[in-house]
Design a protein around this ligand. Structure first.
Ligand SMILES: [Zn+2]
Length: 319
């Protein structure tokens, strides 16, 4: 895990330099030593506690992500349980409906004329395949179901056969998973001076209070988009949508931007107005692209420290 060590050291070093330069105002690290604050909960971990940090996949691994940063393992696990699991189930159902991802099975109920049996649906090269699961259905249920199917076959009437997915996910929890992925990707690209600004407090508050449902809608979904889309853009126009746009697969997430940032609440209201039939296609967003990070970059932290150095405003050594 050489990269974990390196990511810890680089992160601890740049956070210390920023703290020393007074860029965090009230943040105080213990004197000396290396400390890496978790970007998600702000808990500062010393080198002795490095085992409590984990390399996190962005987006979650189930959604095709790769590890790009360190977060604390407890934040990582909590997000997996409260948010990412919902995003995963949502995409399983969506992919099934779209005929993608043939290996996955979705738990379903098959209803023929009121006689219900339980099973699952999957995609084969031949098409959609439905299978009952014998252990989950009594003989009586199966017989009743077959009787109803026979009846449908025999009567010339339009058959009523329904398939209901019984996998459960909660839409807002799935959406928070994508906002979290966008937040972590933005941190990885820009650093703490971006992630720890007060405009992003509502995101962290939601993550730390997973059942609170406090975060307003910040994500737009385009189910026709390719799942491996990745992109970041510091949006300048239209001005009402100035923000950090993070595009991951089906989702476009707008987070508060860098210059004169809108609050999460203001952004959420702007998104509602602009997203008439649910797509960003209506608004042409223009601004400065930010390269998708594959490891911590701290671009904004470095820029701020560099500017302080040039202004002679700190005792920072030249680097
Ligand atoms: Zn944490």
């Amino acid at each position: 895990m050489a990269s974990s060590d390196r990511w810890f050291s680089e992160g601890a070093q740049i956070f210390r330099r920023m703290d020393t330069a007074g860029l965090f105002g009230t943040t105080q690290l213990p004197e000396g030593g290396e400390y890496y604050p978790c970007p998600s909960c702000k808990t500062a971990y010393s080198r002795d506690e490095i085992s409590e940090l984990s390399r996190e996949d962005v987006p979650p691994k189930s959604q095709g992500g790769t590890p790009i940063l360190l977060t604390c393992a407890s934040c990582n696990h909590a997000a997996g349980k409260h948010f990412d699991a919902h995003a995963a189930r949502r995409s399983v159902i969506h992919n099934l409906a779209m005929g993608r991802d043939p290996r996955r099975k979705v738990r379903t109920e098959f209803n023929a004329g009121g006689a219900v049996i339980r099973g699952y649906v999957s995609h084969d090269p031949q098409g959609m395949v439905m299978r009952g699961v014998p252990e989950q259905n009594s003989n009586e249920q199966v017989k009743a179901h077959i009787r109803e199917l026979d009846k449908m076959w025999d009567s010339g009437a339009d058959p009523v056969f329904t398939v209901k997915a019984t996998e459960r996910f909660i839409e807002w929890r799935a959406a928070v998973s994508w906002v979290r992925a966008a937040y972590l990707a933005s941190f990885t690209a820009l650093g703490w001076s971006y992630a720890f600004r007060p405009e992003l407090d509502p995101v962290r508050h939601q993550l730390m209070n997973p059942d609170s449902e406090t975060l307003r809608r910040l994500a737009l979904i385009d189910l026709n988009a390719s799942t491996d889309r990745r992109g970041m853009l510091l949006v300048k126009t239209p001005e009402e949508l100035r923000s950090m746009l993070v595009v991951i697969g089906h989702y476009s997430i707008l987070l508060p931007g860098v210059t004169d940032p809108l609050s999460c609440l203001e952004l959420s209201e702007a998104i509602s107005q602009w997203s008439r039939p649910g797509s960003l296609a209506n608004a042409t967003l223009k601004g400065d692209p930010v390269p998708w990070p594959t490891q911590p970059k701290y671009a904004m932290d470095e820029w701020l420290l560099g500017r302080l150095n040039r202004a002679g405003g700190s005792q920072e050594p030249d680097s």
